[in-house]
Design a protein around this ligand. Structure first.
Ligand code: SF4
Ligand SMILES: [Zn+2]
Length: 118
């Protein structure tokens, strides 16, 4: 769950703020998955995440929003028991991997350094 949260946080941080469904939808999805990592997500939150993962597909100008929808849908559809467990009790593994609100395990330094060939 934390890994999915990391991916969504990364996509939120790196999107270009051009399409409303993307720059509003991705942080909303990240917020629900973040709540799951803290055992604070409600059944309604999870239902909203499922709805967004279906209805926001194809609504961005590039594939970033679709990636967020896909990773959210995979979490819900392929790991339903894990999601349920994260609603029932705090997860020690998630609790031990906090990266803050904007930081992720997929941190990319910016501006990105391009290695010049010598
Ligand atoms: S869908 Fe692509 S172009 Fe649109 S805001 Fe997201 S990252 Fe930018
Ligand atoms: Zn967990």
């Amino acid at each position: 769950v934390t890994a999915v949260h990391d991916v969504l946080t990364y996509l939120d941080r790196e999107n270009a703020n051009q399409c409303g469904p993307c720059f509003k939808g991705i942080p909303s999805m990240a917020s629900v998955v973040g709540a799951l990592t803290r055992c604070q997500a409600t059944a309604e939150d999870v239902e909203r995440l499922a709805t967004w993962s279906r209805t926001l597909r194809g609504r961005g100008a590039c594939g970033t929003l679709d990636a967020a929808c896909q990773v959210s849908a995979s979490l819900l559809e392929q790991h339903g028991r894990v999601v349920a467990a994260h609603r029932a009790a705090p997860c020690a593994r998630c609790a031990g991997r906090t990266h803050g609100t904007r930081g992720t395990a997929f941190a990319v330094p910016w501006p990105a350094r391009i290695e010049e060939e010598s």
